[in-house]
Design a protein around this ligand. Structure first.
Ligand code: MGD
Ligand code: MGD
Ligand code: MO
Length: 757
């Protein structure tokens, strides 16, 4: 029953389907990059801007958090980094007249793609209570409005201060300082929806919630396992590191329900051979796992390691770990049949993986959202840690844990104190440095903030970047929650859905992006960021700002803080705005690892933050040892006639920012409302390729959620598992469906049924 899409704009969303590709990058990627960049920036600006990305004197790519190699190419960026840059450095502008022509109700009816295409925001705008459209407003007045609403709150805990992960270290440090001087730890961030499960699992087991490998460790590894990650699209420069590791003899196992093009074969666009040849085959063993089967897989591998004579690094286990006895007891109970059912894998595939694991002296496990966004994500990642601990693969060159971060400074924001559950040591340091008593009670994370807004317990929502409404789960619930707020404020570079779903009053505050020159009283400023591997370095924009009225994020925080806190705040906000080096001096005194910050960040390439397990095999847990943990094995249950849906990214998007309507590597063109289903599952459900269906999610409390009008695409995914793009499918993820411990929305295992549209 193929036919026309019954939902959405048929011109904007009419997907066409071709064969998926088996290799990433190469010449088509270069052509694609330049075309997209030229459309947004023109020829000259494209050349000037792209040559500055990730250079030692340039700006940090606003795309992903992958680190920069020591020897940089003249063009150290990738197709998708270039799209992120073009999106920000675009010549298109949202004019003051735009808002008069497009009242909020009109904006609310537009797609995220359309909103993003309108260009950069250039002046503050205000939506008054009862008004239909945003109107230009002065910065003074904007800060007055925020102060009015914050002053009117019954308690500082009725305000929520969200952060997305592009915010610089300097801005993030000031922002959390302001929130805490104001009196709340309500500092949810995008990390709550992203790598929170990694942070929870790693802090508990190895004492540091960050990855333990540097780029050179990847280059030196014998075996790299890439589980639950699609680097060809989301971290394309990682493919160069994998290519280099392979050239040094490494082997690669990919664990994924989908055969992702980048992991199959990579044509390095930095080399002549890569541009025109067949490229490098990356994956040696592809384990096409069922969604959520990873804990079971690693548990069985752990049993098999334990049962192999001489395979466990007994010296390491004895000297550095605890909990081994209990863990081995649990691991011995791992069952082949149950594992095969949970993973959908063949016995021979797991035996082959074991041979590769045992042959490796230095193993790295990399992962991203495929491991972090399930109910049992924290025990899954703990099982990965068990796996590495068994053979002494933490704190040894060429080995370790490698959670690959998303936003370019999401890790740095957390280091700077953007966290709703700050450590007492951090608050003590703030108290000592700034002479005020920070609140000690833990604050709200993303999911709890939505509940607080929904229940009228939070009344002011302030966002430093991001697109909270579209990125959060349970879209209808989240939007209704946001509409109950007294005031919603967004510091943004571009228009997005969150500007159209507002509280009684709303403000949009436009800000500078990474690519732009930041001129303050004390001269030209730079900011700093921390990449996925704990390297801190400077980022300097050179482009003229998108408009004369833009303020930098640090300037916005400082002016707001002074207006809200008044003269009673002893913090020198004015001095901070003038000269960001004075902010770094404070960071140096508050955050461990940043001693002598200004001097060290001046070094080309920056510096590495200390990481006790990596640097000295020291585990700063409660016991001073790394912890084996023995959680029961879990995997999602799939009722008859249902599918397990993962919500993921296409090749043409950055989270909620849609660059285009194609997903080239997966063979999808011109539309996003597609659902990828295995042909045999589709046959069993009687839906042919090209049929239009509604996706209906079924939650355990009996409630149902519906996303209408998706074209079925027969696709070689693991059996029983389907895939569709986020954020269109966020409406299907119940607010209460979160990971245990980390509370991350479980967007990678949603039980759905397909209903004919
Ligand atoms: N171009 C671009 N770059 C980006 C982003 C972007 O949107 N666009 N987003 C940035 C951000 S914030 C982040 S967090 C990262 C996200 O980077 P990824 O985590 O790579 O992003 P997803 O598209 O969510 O892909 C999830 C991958 O995990 C697999 N997977 C899903 N469930 C499971 C499972 O249960 N087990 C296993 N083994 N695999 C599974 C999926 O098939 C898919 O390959 O990328 C960052 N970089
Ligand atoms: N179902 C489902 N939901 C998910 C995910 C999933 O895989 N599935 N992934 C989750 C993950 S991993 C993440 S990280 C979140 C992302 O959640 P967010 O970080 O909140 O969302 P983004 O789409 O990255 O935010 C884009 C907006 O940021 C603003 N922006 C861009 N650059 C700047 C800047 O330099 N400064 C400021 N102030 N603003 C800027 C622009 O206005 C742009 O519209 O989504 C999560 N939601
Ligand atoms: Mo993320």
């Amino acid at each position: 029953m193929a036919g026309k899409p019954p939902f959405g704009d048929p011109v904007q969303d009419a997907p066409e389907v071709e064969e998926p590709q088996h290799a990433a990058a190469g010449l088509p990627a270069v052509g694609h990059t330049l075309r997209m960049a030229r459309q947004q920036m023109g020829v000259r600006r494209t050349a000037l801007t792209l040559l500055r990305v990730n250079q030692k004197d340039g700006f940090d790519c606003p795309g992903c958090a992958w680190p920069e190699p020591e020897h940089r190419h003249r063009a150290e960026f990738c197709e998708n980094g270039a799209k992120a840059v073009a999106e920000e450095a675009t010549l298109r502008r949202v004019t003051p007249e735009f808002f008069a022509a497009h009242p909020v109700a009109d904006l609310a009816g537009r797609s995220g793609y359309w909103l993003g295409q309108q260009g950069r925001l250039t002046r503050p705008v205000y939506l008054a209570e009862g008004a239909e459209a945003y109107e230009p407003v002065s910065w003074e007045r904007a800060f007055d409005i925020v102060a009015e609403e914050l002053d009117a709150l019954g308690s500082p805990d009725e305000a929520v201060f969200y952060t997305s992960g592009r915010t610089s270290n300097e801005a993030a440090f000031l922002y959390q300082l302001f929130a805490r001087e104001f009196g709340t730890n309500n500092l949810p961030d995008c990390s709550n929806m992203c790598h929170e499960s990694s942070g929870s699992a790693l802090t508990e087991t190895i004492g540091v919630g960050k990855g333990s490998v540097l780029l050179e460790d990847l280059h030196r590894a014998d075996l790299i396992i890439v589980a639950g990650q699609n680097p060809g699209t989301n971290h394309p420069r990682m493919l160069s590191a994998l290519e280099e590791a392979k050239a040094n003899g490494a082997r690669i196992i990919s664990v994924n329900p989908l055969p992702e093009a980048g992991l199959e074969r990579f044509k390095n666009p930095q080399t002549a051979k890569g541009l025109t040849g067949r490229g490098t085959s990356l994956t040696d063993l592809f384990l096409q796992i069922r969604l959520g089967g990873d804990q079971a897989l690693f548990r069985l591998l752990n049993r098999l390691i334990i049962e192999t004579e001489g395979a466990v690094d007994e010296t390491f286990v004895a000297e550095h770990t605890q909990g081994y006895e209990e863990f081995t007891e649990a691991a011995r109970a791992a069952d082949w049949d149950e594992t095969l059912a949970a993973t959908g894998l063949q016995r021979a595939e797991i035996e082959e993986a074991l041979r590769m694991v045992l042959a490796s002296e230095r193993t790295v496990v990399c992962w991203a959202m495929g491991l972090t966004q399930h109910k049992h994500s924290v025990p899954t990642i703990r099982e990965v840690v068990n796996f590495l601990l068994l053979r002494g693969n933490i704190g040894r060159p060429g080995a370790g844990v490698c959670p690959v971060r998303g936003h370019s400074n999401v890790q740095g924001d957390r280091t700077m104190g953007i966290f709703e559950r700050p450590a007492d040591s951090f608050l003590d340091a703030l108290e000592k440095e700034f002479g005020f008593a920070p609140p000690r009670e833990h604050g709200l994370d993303v999911v709890r903030a939505i509940r607080a807004l929904r229940d009228g317990e939070a009344k002011v929502f302030f966002a430093m970047g991001g697109n909270f409404v579209a990125a959060s789960p349970d879209t209808e619930v989240t939007e209704a929650a946001m509409r109950r707020a007294r005031l919603t404020v967004h510091v943004s570079t571009k228009l997005n859905r969150s500007h159209a779903v507002t509280g009684a009053r709303a403000l949009i505050l436009p800000t500078l992006g990474r690519t732009e020159r930041d001129l303050q009283g004390g001269g030209e400023q730079f900011v700093t960021v921390e990449d996925s591997m704990g390297m801190v370095h400077a980022s300097r924009g050179r482009l003229e700002p998108a408009g004369p009225r833009l303020l930098s994020e640090p300037a916005i925080v400082c002016r707001l803080a002074r207006r809200v806190l008044g003269e009673s705040s002893a913090t020198p906000w004015e001095e901070f705005t003038k000269d960001y080096a004075t902010i770094r001096d404070r960071i140096a005194r508050v955050v461990p690892g940043f001693e002598d910050f200004n001097a060290r960040v001046a070094a080309p390439g920056g510096f590495a933050l200390p990481h006790a397990p990596r640097d000295e095999r020291r585990f700063p847990t409660a016991t001073g040892r790394a912890h084996f943990t023995a959680a029961p094995v879990e995997y999602p249950e799939l009722p008859e006639g249902r599918l397990l849906l993962q919500t993921l990214r296409s090749h043409d998007q950055y989270n909620t920012t849609i660059y285009g309507l194609d997903d080239r590597y997966r063979g999808i063109k011109g539309g996003r409302r597609v659902v990828l289903v295995h042909p045999e599952d589709a046959a069993a459900l009687s839906v042919e390729d090209g049929a239009y269906v509604d996706l209906v999610s079924e939650w355990r409390d009996g409630t149902e959620r519906r996303a209408p009008g998706f074209r079925v695409v027969h696709y070689p995914t693991a059996r029983g598992c389907a895939a569709a793009y986020y954020p269109e499918t966020n409406v299907l993820v119940p607010l209460d469906a979160t990971a245990d411990t980390s509370n991350t929305p479980a967007g990678k295992s949603v039980v759905i049924r397909l209903e004919r549209a």
